[in-house]
Design a protein around this ligand. Structure first.
Ligand code: FES
Length: 259
């Protein structure tokens, strides 16, 4: 498939989406997510019997690729156990659709993320412990090189007075909804706010995703902060581009790390 062309299967699922709608009942769980790249929103409903997904539906305010991938996802998950569905990736869905143009791959995150959120919400409702993926990020933050050295010299663990950040090139490490809220808030005093995440997307609530998408925050995906550098105060950071496996320096004045 050429990189900008859609497969017949994608077009078919876009034109005739399966499983559009909602589900109701005590055995139904719903996952809602927003795509911060474009601000689009997805809701996935699953009906669960024991440990198996027996039905799935979706509603979206999303593009054609989001519709096609979620339509396919809802078809694929019927009959899967919750563990199997948790392992379903956007790549599995794209493969089943005979590929997606690379530029539209981010759209397929909506389907997988909303599905996974639905499963987590169901499990939480049953009193099961659901591991928080942000914990992984938080652990890495704890041992970040330069964090303690530059504390209050450009490294901030919270934002008490946003005016301190006026016109500063500010890097905010993604560690959940609060970090996104702060990044958006800082755009009121500086238009140079970068949000950094090692993941391909950030899973946040739809309303926040919409605000992030329409803000001036620049999100660097698949990027890991390796080190904070400077002489007396923060001058730059060393970042790893995980996708390219390349390290580079970025000049910044402030680094916000919400633990
Ligand atoms: Fe928003 Fe595709 S452009 S989901």
């Amino acid at each position: 498939m050429k990189s900008t062309k859609y497969s017949e299967k994608v077009l078919d699922h876009f034109r005739n989406p399966r499983n559009v709608g909602t589900l109701e009942g005590e055995d139904v769980a719903v996952g809602k997510v927003g795509n911060p790249t474009c601000g689009d929103i997805m809701e996935v409903y699953i009906r669960i019997d024991g440990n198996v997904i027996t039905d799935a539906k979706f509603r979206t305010f999303g593009c054609g690729s989001a519709i096609a991938t979620t339509s396919m996802t809802t078809e694929m998950v019927k009959g899967m156990t919750l563990d199997e569905a948790m392992k379903l990736t956007r790549q599995d869905v794209a493969d089943e659709l005979d590929g997606l143009p690379p530029i539209k791959m981010h759209c397929s995150n909506l389907a997988a993320d909303a599905l996974h959120e639905a499963i987590k919400s169901y499990r939480r409702g049953k009193g099961e412990e659901v591991p928080d993926e942000d914990e992984k990020v938080k652990d890495e933050i704890k041992c970040l090189v330069g964090k303690d050295e530059f504390l209050d010299k450009g490294v901030y663990l919270n934002v008490e007075d946003r005016n301190e950040f006026k016109d500063l090139r500010t890097l905010v490490l993604y560690s959940g909804d609060e970090s996104v809220e702060i990044a958006i808030e800082l755009t009121e005093v500086t238009d140079r706010v970068i949000l950094l995440t090692p993941d391909e997307t950030v899973v946040i609530n739809p309303e926040l995703a919409e605000r992030l998408a329409s803000s001036s925050v620049k999100v660097l995906y698949q990027s890991k902060l390796l080190e904070v550098r400077g002489e007396f105060e923060v001058e730059k950071v060393l970042i790893l581009n995980i996708d390219e496996d390349e390290e580079y320096e970025l000049f910044v004045d402030a680094v916000v790390i919400i633990e």
